[in-house]
Design a protein around this ligand. Structure first.
Ligand code: FAD
Length: 398
């Protein structure tokens, strides 16, 4: 009898933890495990705002997949998944005529930007998505600054609009306030000429965060020159900048959108039931009505019963789901008893540049340098999970 085929799509937090768990938990010859990812490396999504701002080289945020997995136990295929055929149980790839068959499918391909239909956003804004996109943001900003004196000291060249003051938006703005003094020195631009505008449609920055933490974050960032426009949606975006509700125009050569994510397009188009591209999974992380399809990470949706709202998509959740699935998929396959998945919320830490952060650990609110240190320690924890102490020593920067 042929071995069951387990196919994992995406080598992010969820996918890699599933693969690592399976390579440990499956016995020899029990199943054939394949991981597909569009790049030969994993990137640490939670750090992408740093290379985007230019405060960290992007190589610190990526790790070759070959250094994480045991290729004798998990086959790695580098390709882009284009579709899932649930009837035939086959996944199609961009660069191969032959699809990959599966008995069990794990969809872990992260998210896609949600633009809420804002006109021109998709075409004209930049997105913090992956290594390629953050490298482009950094270089784009540098190029705009480099043109300032040559093009009549135009204000828009040194104006950056960040759309969205949620977790990602605030972390990116925090990095930019650290980076701008250096950029100004490099391009001989007085710092008071630079505008950094953070626009948020919701009535508060960092929606869902404790109000003292929000106040600390916004006061700190304002003291470093950030202009907040809160409770004001962006109505349209063009190469000239953005127009806000009410008609105000902010001319900016750089617009970076961080205002929302939805599920991955391949998941959305696979025909399983989705809400804004995310799959409301059952207690075993399966798509409704599909015993053979698991969805984890940003493309999955789990309701927080305490507030009757979905948990926000986080690396914390994706990692835990991947670890759970890596441990429990072999048991499910063997028909054993499995305890349902439950999310264990450890806390939240949002950086405001290198030396400042806010956070909630248990019921304790944290401000300033201590959560900033904890946040960096958390990054090291992830490198440890990926490759033990040698990976921490290679990648770690406290
Ligand atoms: P991802 O980590 O996005 O991985 C998906 C993988 O799938 C990628 O490798 C991608 O290349 C691959 N892939 C996608 N599509 C395809 C395809 N069609 N074919 C093949 N491969 C594909 N969360 C926290 O908990 N704490 C934080 O501090 C935090 N900070 C953040 C800061 C920033 C700047 C951002 C952008 C996000 C942050 N998040 C944070 C959210 C967190 O990064 C995500 O929730 C997490 O990355 C989701 O993990 P995932 O495994 O679902 O997907």
């Amino acid at each position: 009898m042929s071995k069951p085929k387990i196919l994992i799509l995406g080598a992010g937090y969820g996918g890699l933890m599933t693969a690592k768990g399976l390579q440990k938990g499956l016995s020899y010859n029990e199943a054939e495990v394949t991981l597909v990812n569009q790049n030969p490396y994993h990137y640490v999504t939670t750090k992408l705002h740093e290379p985007a701002a230019g405060t960290l080289h992007h190589d610190y945020t990526r790790v070759p997949i070959s250094s994480v997995l045991d290729e004798r136990k998990v086959r790695f295929v580098q390709d882009r998944v284009t579709a899932v055929d649930r009837e035939k149980k086959v996944v199609t790839l961009e660069n191969s005529n032959e699809g990959l068959a599966y008995d069990y499918l794990v969809m872990a391909m992260g998210s896609a930007p949600e633009t809420f239909g804002i006109q021109g956003l998709l075409e004209n804004a930049y997105f913090i998505r992956n290594i390629n996109s953050v490298r482009m943001i950094r270089e784009h900003i540098e190029y705009q600054f480099s043109q300032y004196h040559l093009k009549g000291e135009r204000q828009d060249l040194v104006t950056i609009v960040v759309g969205g003051a949620g977790f990602t938006g605030i972390e990116f703005v925090g990095e930019l306030v650290d980076r701008i003094p250096q950029l100004c020195r490099d391009y001989d631009i007085p710092q008071n000429k630079v505008r950094l505008v953070n626009v948020e449609a919701a009535p508060t920055a960092l929606p869902g965060f404790d109000k003292d933490l929000v106040e600390y974050a916004t006061n700190y960032l304002e003291s470093r020159g950030v202009e907040f426009k809160i409770g004001i949606p962006i109505e349209s975006c063009s190469p000239e900048g953005v127009v806000l509700k009410g008609g105000e125009e902010v001319k900016a050569a750089t617009v970076v959108w961080t205002g929302g994510v939805r599920g991955n397009k391949v998941v959305e188009e696979s025909g399983v039931e989705t809400m804004r591209g995310r799959v409301k999974v059952d207690e075993f992380l399966r798509a409704p009505g599909h015993e053979d399809i698991f969805v984890i990470g940003d493309s999955s949706l789990i309701i927080n019963e305490e507030i009757d709202r979905p948990y926000p998509p986080t690396a914390q959740m994706a990692t835990q789901q991947g670890e759970w699935l890596g441990r429990n998929l072999p048991l499910l396959m063997r028909g054993g008893d499995v305890k349902p998945y439950e999310f264990d919320m450890k806390g939240t830490l949002a950086s405001l540049g290198r030396n400042e952060a806010i956070g909630m650990v248990g019921t304790k609110k944290m401000f300033g340098s201590t959560p900033a240190f904890l946040k960096r320690a958390n990054d090291l924890r992830w490198f440890y999970k990926l490759g033990g102490i040698s990976m921490v020593l290679r990648k770690g920067k406290l």
